[in-house]
Design a binder for this molecule. Structure first.
Ligand SMILES: Cc1cc2nc3c(=O)[nH]c(=O)nc-3n(C[C@H](O)[C@H](O)[C@H](O)COP(=O)(O)OP(=O)(O)OC[C@H]3O[C@@H](n4cnc5c(N)ncnc54)[C@H](O)[C@@H]3O)c2cc1C
Length: 462
């Protein structure tokens, strides 16, 4: 680590990584620091026994292929492959989809018996939506306009998106339109080789482009003088820089890492009203070497709850789980199978528990999940040799995100993230924020947008 850089990027989530790579490619000197011993942020993996578990590689929109090609290279985009079998099983319907416009339209007309004109009008309305329109319609109102009383259709349209970004029927319809449009264009995609392969490739690319990287290195403070960023304090050591890109929790950046005194009161007042997104729980199940899983689909959205209900989706009494099933083909040359069950969750449901209660609640979640999986894999207990569980506290501990927020803040946070440099010159924020700039694609793309802003700032100020 040198004493001075043009830019210090704090946090190696997909936003921070992509920002750092873009800025280094543009010729700036860049230091990337990550508090954890591994890069990737929420886009991470871990190894236990013979297993590798992907934490956040369940699916992303096809747009990721273009972003990886443009901002990382062709060897990355060539690894983007389609998730082919997406299944749904709940009290309202059981069906399989490739999750693209053609198949979704066919399901709506053939399975749900919605007239073709209504389906077309719905897709046209989504396509006509513009982020800059002052439209106040909520997603719930939009659904009611096209499919009144059809809660089965609402669930079909909404449940995967809620899993994908934690949004509810009360969010603006525009945010639904953009995310749905992203996913629906050509289906759902994944990264061949898994998260470990992608992160290893990214690390090599960053080093090749001259980025200095420090892991297990926490940024405690951003130094500001005369309203301008002048440096950072990393594990107690001062490093000078002209600009900072912060990839962690936005409220923590403002209140802890920079300090309220550097911000105007109306900005602080507005930020205090920004809602965090909900968090997640996961149960990881490793299959014994030599045993095989039957093919039960790649992504399986299951629920025993009667209708779509975003509160029920987050409740500690779990009724809805999405299974990501990893067959050996995801990591060519390997033979392992694993299942990751993901659930939306609320931090407060887990944070108040005593140590013993927390341990017991985690163990119960694993047991309940094994019971739930046995509906699809009857011998799961016989063939599974490793289980582990993550809760909102786990996500909070590994990333420092307030309340373990899976997708940063709700959409109103974007304004404050984008205005950061108007408050403190040279200070930028990137990463999951708002519904649109979330997930792998949103975070990576936002990393690029912010890198371009930083580049402009540095050119102007040199
Ligand atoms: C269980 C789960 C499943 C998901 N599944 C999917 C999916 O299938 N598809 C999809 O598209 N998205 C998924 N997501 C969401 C997606 O992973 C995130 O939106 C995205 O990875 C977030 O990227 P980010 O740039 O916001 O950074 P984050 O991943 O939030 O990383 C921020 C980084 O900053 C570091 N940091 C924070 N403060 C400091 C500091 N002071 N000093 C140094 N480092 C610091 C943290 O340690 C962390 O590494 C999932 C998320 C979760 C939790």
């Amino acid at each position: 680590m040198k004493d001075r850089y043009d830019i210090v990027v704090i946090g190696s989530g997909l936003g921070g990584l992509t920002s750092a790579n873009r800025l280094a490619r543009a010729g700036h000197s860049v230091l990337l620091v990550e508090q954890h011993s591994q890069i990737g942020g929420l886009a991470t993996y871990f190894r236990r026994k013979s297993h590798i578990f992907d934490v956040a590689l369940h699916g992303f929109p096809v747009g990721m292929r273009k972003s990886l090609r443009k901002y990382w290279g062709r060897e990355f985009s060539d690894r983007v492959i389609q998730v082919k079998s997406i299944r749904f099983d709940n009290p309202q319907y059981t069906l399989e989809s490739t999750f693209d416009t053609a198949d979704f339209s066919a399901k709506l007309t053939e399975h749900f018996k919605i007239p073709q004109e209504t389906v077309k009008a719905f897709f046209d309305a989504l396509a006509a939506m513009n982020y800059y329109d002052q439209n106040t319609e909520t997603t719930g109102e939009l659904f009611n306009r096209f499919f009144p009383g059809r809660t089965d259709v609402w669930r079909f349209l909404m449940e995967p998106i809620t899993y994908a970004n934690g949004s509810t029927l009360n969010e603006p319809a525009i945010s639904y339109g953009i995310v749905f449009g992203n996913f629906m264009s050509e289906g759902v995609y994944t990264f061949l080789g898994g998260t470990d392969c992608m992160l290893k490739m990214m690390e090599q690319e960053l080093l090749k482009n001259g980025v200095d990287m420090e892991k297990s290195c926490r940024a405690d403070k951003v130094l500001v003088e005369g309203g301008k960023v002048t440096g950072v304090v990393l594990n107690g050591k001062e490093v000078g820089c002209k600009s900072v890109v912060f990839n962690g929790s936005m409220p923590r950046l403002v209140h802890e890492v920079v300090g309220d005194e550097c911000f105007q009161q109306d900005f602080l007042d507005g930020l205090s009203k920004v809602r965090l997104s909900t968090s997640s729980c996961q149960v990881y199940m490793g299959i014994k070497p030599g045993e095989k899983l039957p093919f039960i689909g790649d992504l399986l959205f299951t629920s025993t709850y009667p209708t779509f209900d975003s509160d029920a989706l987050c409740a500690r009494t779990i009724t809805s789980r999405t299974y990501s099933v990893y067959y050996p083909e995801i990591r060519p040359g390997t033979t392992g199978y694993s299942i990751v069950a993901s659930m939306n969750a609320r931090y407060e449901d887990w944070a108040g528990l005593s140590r013993e209660q927390y341990k017991a609640a985690k163990a119960a979640m694993v047991e309940d999940t094994l019971n739930a999986v046995s509906r699809y894999v009857p011998n799961i207990r016989a063939i599974c040799d490793y289980t582990e569980a993550a809760t909102p506290l786990t996500f909070s501990r590994y990333t420092g995100h307030l309340n373990g927020a899976t997708f940063g803040t709700k959409f109103e946070g974007l304004k404050y993230s984008m205005e950061m440099s108007k408050q403190v010159a040279g200070l930028f924020h990137t990463g999951s924020v708002g519904i649109i700039m979330s997930g792998w694609l949103g975070a990576a793309n936002y990393g690029v947008i912010v890198a371009n802003d930083v580049d402009r700032y540095l050119v102007r100020n040199n």
